[in-house]
Design a protein around this ligand. Structure first.
Ligand SMILES: C[S@@+](CC[C@H](N)C(=O)[O-])C[C@H]1O[C@@H](n2cnc3c(N)ncnc32)[C@H](O)[C@@H]1O
Length: 221
């Protein structure tokens, strides 16, 4: 069995994720409805973080108690609501989305969640928006175009507080990074190079967490 098949048998095993979900905090009715509406109305519903990863974001937020969180890639707002729901009273999450197409969904759920006062939603390209915010962050979630992970990483690192965290989603790229390098397409090469880059970067320490499609956790020294 090659590494790719092995990966499919383990990480994508619905038995594992079903069991984990059943023995984790239940998904709220609001997030369940948002997931359902995302599946009904958008072309790429698989982009949503989903229950298990959303609960992880909540737990990390409870633990870190951040003042400022930044998210690159709002989509329909699932992960934004997860972070916002666990933030301390005066804290905020800035969420940046380049495509306004889904904001009618995210805005509706932000309002219905009662968390609008914690969410600063910005439409625009993260590369242009983030330097203008002039805010330093405790947690950054990079969840946009995966081939640009390195660009976003270098973009946000100066705005991350010392001891702050960057989370980067989908770094397994559906298991393609486990394939032979000779079979890599351009995107897989870039994602694999990013994973190596972070691991060798002396400015940070990192942990690649094998949850869902791989979550790179980075702590700035
Ligand atoms: C994987 S989805 C985000 C999923 C979301 N975090 C969630 O858990 O539901 C990626 C999103 O990033 C957005 N995006 C891509 N490039 C971007 C950029 N340069 N700046 C801001 N958003 C971007 C896409 O339009 C897409 O909606």
């Amino acid at each position: 069995m090659n590494k790719m098949e092995n990966y499919s048998n383990y990480c994508c095993d619905e038995v594992v994720s079903d069991y984990a979900e059943q023995h984790s905090e239940k998904e709220s009715e609001l997030l369940h409805a948002l997931d359902r509406e995302t599946n009904l109305r958008t072309m790429y519903p698989r982009m949503i973080s989903g229950h298990l990863q959303g609960e992880l974001f909540k737990m990390l937020t409870y633990m870190i108690k951040p003042e400022r969180v930044l998210e690159i890639g709002t989509f329909t707002g699932y992960s934004t609501i997860c972070f916002a729901s666990a933030l301390p009273a005066e804290s905020k999450i800035y969420t940046v989305e380049v495509n306004p197409e889904w904001s009618y969904i995210s805005d509706k759920y932000f309002k219905n969640s009662g968390l609008s006062n914690k969410i600063i939603s910005v439409i625009g390209d993260a590369s242009e928006v983030i330097p203008k915010l002039c805010v330093n962050f405790d947690i950054v979630l990079i969840d946009a175009n995966k081939k640009d992970n390195l660009k976003y990483y270098e973009l946000v690192l100066p705005f991350l507080k010392s001891g702050g965290f960057i989370l980067v989603d989908n770094v397994f790229w559906g298991g393609k990074v486990f394939d032979e390098k000779t079979n890599y397409d351009k995107d897989t090469s870039l994602i694999d190079e990013f994973n190596h880059y972070v691991t060798e970067d002396g400015r940070v320490e990192n942990l690649l967490l094998p949850i869902r499609d791989g979550l790179m956790m980075v702590r700035k020294k």
